[in-house]
Design a protein around this ligand. Sequence first.
Ligand code: 13P
Length: 254
Amino acid sequence: MTPDIKPLVAGNWKMNGQRDQLDQLALMSKGADAELSQKLDIVVCPPATLLYVATALAEDTGLKVGAQDCHANASGAHTGDVSAEMIADCLAEYCIVGHSERRTDHEESNADILAKTQACWRAGLKAIVCIGETEAEYDAGQAETVLSSQLAGSLPEGATDQNTIVAYEPVWAIGTGKTPSPEDIKAIHEFLRNELIERLHGPGERMKILYGGSVKPSNAAEILMIENVDGALVGGASLKAEDLLSICEVYRKV
Ligand code: 13P
């Protein structure tokens, strides 16, 4: 946690979830009660097919809704793509950009992600910008260099704590059950905080830095209490309301 930063837990459903999963979303919005949502922002990012119905289910509750990606353009001949404006039109408030699965599966570059982040702002969405090193880079001691260049390349001028959230997701920790040690997470988040302050000054002090990669109810308390960890981006454990809410509950007592 960081003093004066309201934490955020976001669930990234990835390419999972059909209509029969909406009961989980309804349970999440019930669990995001007034007391809990005062302590943290709770966001669920279902696939685009469920976005509009998800915002309707979450309306007037403590649960907020986000998308998982957007195109950089507002509209046009881009078959199969979804623009930030379309996401905003579904009444979602957040959009993940630069997830390592997009960087790998769709060969997205830092420049692509920078353009998508600007698209989010243009549409009034908060961008959750993901960065993270691979296992080989981690083993070679290159994590900080990689993260620094991803931040420099994918975070546009004008990033503030109001329009952008950074998510640190070591690629080797995603869906593997492996996590860095608490000491490693602390060191990397402190490094990222300093990079953000150097670059953005005041807003860099206040920008949320999430940790993502194998966060689950059993390790959430330890990870979320680390200095400069301002919440989590949760994959697998966000599909069940019980698990996502149990991660969020860590903040109820603090
Ligand atoms: P897991 O929590 O399943 O490791 O996924 C993390 C992630 O990629 C969230 O964006």
